[in-house]
Design a protein around this ligand. Sequence first.
Ligand SMILES: Cc1cc2nc3c(=O)[nH]c(=O)nc-3n(C[C@H](O)[C@H](O)[C@H](O)COP(=O)(O)OP(=O)(O)OC[C@H]3O[C@@H](n4cnc5c(N)ncnc54)[C@H](O)[C@@H]3O)c2cc1C
Length: 286
Amino acid sequence: MKPAAFNYKKPSTLTGVLELLRESGEDSNILAGGQSLMPTLNMRLSAPSLLIDINGVDELFGISVTDNTVRIGSMTRHAELEKSSVISEHIPLINAAMPYIAHPAIRNRGTIGGSLALADPAAELPACLCALRGFVEMTSTSATRKVEAKDFFRALYETDLKANEIITAIEIPRYDQNYFSFIDELSRRHGDYAMCGLAFHAKIEEKIISDAQIVFFAVEAKPIIAVTAMRELEGAKISDVSLEVLQGAVGNDLDPFGDLHASATLKLHYAKELIKRAITSGITSG
Ligand SMILES: Cc1cc2nc3c(=O)[nH]c(=O)nc-3n(C[C@H](O)[C@H](O)[C@H](O)COP(=O)(O)OP(=O)(O)OC[C@H]3O[C@@H](n4cnc5c(N)ncnc54)[C@H](O)[C@@H]3O)c2cc1C
């Protein structure tokens, strides 16, 4: 199928984008990497009257580091995150997530802002951002605001983003070298969206766990922060963690939905397997 007719504009400044958005409101769509938007247009699942292409806005691209945070422009492509030494040094969880996202051709175009705005429940980056306690920066003609990732994702494909705003950047705190990152997922084939996935981030200092963040994806409508399981880990020696108790806590935290590829029971089974893998990996990483 071909998309319905639409107007197309490609401003070269953020101000130009925001003005167009203010004028057109819900009748327009931002075009970032186009990896999800173009198929929905082609299938006529959406038919905006205006596409605002943000690929010409230089200030939305790139990665920078301050004393306390790593800032990632919303148009930074997955492939750049995958190759960036700044990302692998300061936020290895994001780096480790990349090979799970689709295939190289999609990662060459797809952007972090697009992934967060889309809020697919099976996507890796929303869960990673929650596990890293990152912030989403959104800008309109009247204001710029930052929202913590855990409050940004609201429901199935629904976020805190307003029609007159775009995501301009993502900010992630810098963690010290004692932090351990883990991501894994179960999918039907490599590159497919996950049937169940886990992003895990915790401080492990002299084998004692603190500040653990356990975030599951592809189990419910948005990333799920497993707070009971996180409490179980606080202050525990990693080699002494009872997997049975931890898996029971994961069972309390999750209420999975079944889908075409996996039933709710199977997803819960996968979630328990993934938390086991995270702890095992934490033990072997020293
Ligand atoms: C075959 C296939 C397999 C995939 N597999 C995976 C996978 O396994 N895991 C995964 O995480 N992703 C997967 N993706 C999604 C891909 O990784 C992209 O991240 C995703 O499509 C969105 O990024 P984009 O830049 O292409 O956004 P677009 O397609 O350009 O936009 C998506 C939506 O976000 C909005 N938007 C984009 N940027 C902004 C912004 N800065 N501010 C406000 N709104 C914005 C658009 O208006 C649109 O509604 C897959 C995609 C395809 C086509």
